[in-house]
Design a protein around this ligand. Structure first.
Ligand code: ZN
Length: 185
């Protein structure tokens, strides 16, 4: 097993645009394996490289018994149909909010060997593909909510037991006003 720790909401890597993969090498194949192993270990429908702290455009998916991955995905939407339903994220554990997505999507990209692949998704697979591709652009599903739903999601996030630990360290002491010998507070 090569299960890796998942970065949680508050980690800046989740807000950073990922770079396109240019080398289809052994490191990429290791990354794909880590993504799939970690996703399966967590029971998730998808996992994107930034969630493992890696800024590359790759994600894994596991929807309706179909397990796979795609590198450098580019999405197109064959129609205007939409879906609305609960969505969650392994980087925002325990928070599920109805999120509007397109019902149908086509993702074109590459497999880990650099061969072109085309993934046609509908329903849950389409939701997964849109969610994971958003991760590659530093976008989280809560960004897709309307103001009221986002407020509710943020309330759930702030109440989550993992939230404090996930936040980046805050400098509590000002560099000024520390007092003599740096002993004051
Ligand atoms: Zn996610």
């Amino acid at each position: 097993m090569t299960v890796q720790p998942i970065r949680l909401f508050g980690d800046p890597v989740l807000r950073t645009q990922a770079d396109p993969v240019t080398d289809f090498d052994k490191e990429l194949r290791t990354l794909v394996k880590d993504l799939i192993d970690t996703m399966r270990d967590e029971g998730g429908a998808g996992l994107a490289a930034p969630q493992l702290g890696v800024g590359l455009r790759v994600f894994a998916f596991h929807v309706d018994d179909v397990v796979g991955h795609i590198v450098n995905p580019v999405l197109t939407f064959p129609d205007d149909e939409e879906q609305d339903g609960p969505e969650g994220c392994l980087s925002i554990p325990g928070v599920y909010v109805d999120t509007r997505r397109r019902q149908n999507v086509v993702a074109e990209g590459f497999n880990e060997h650099g061969d072109p692949i085309r993934l046609v998704g509908t329903g849950l697979m389409a939701r997964c593909v849109q969610h994971e591709t958003d991760h590659l652009d530093g976008v989280l599903f809560i960004d897709r909510l309307d103001a009221a739903a986002r407020k509710e999601a943020m309330k759930q996030i702030r109440a989550a037991e993992w939230y404090d630990a996930a936040r980046p360290p805050v400098v509590k002491d000002s560099p000024h006003g520390r007092g003599l010998f740096g002993l004051g507070r």
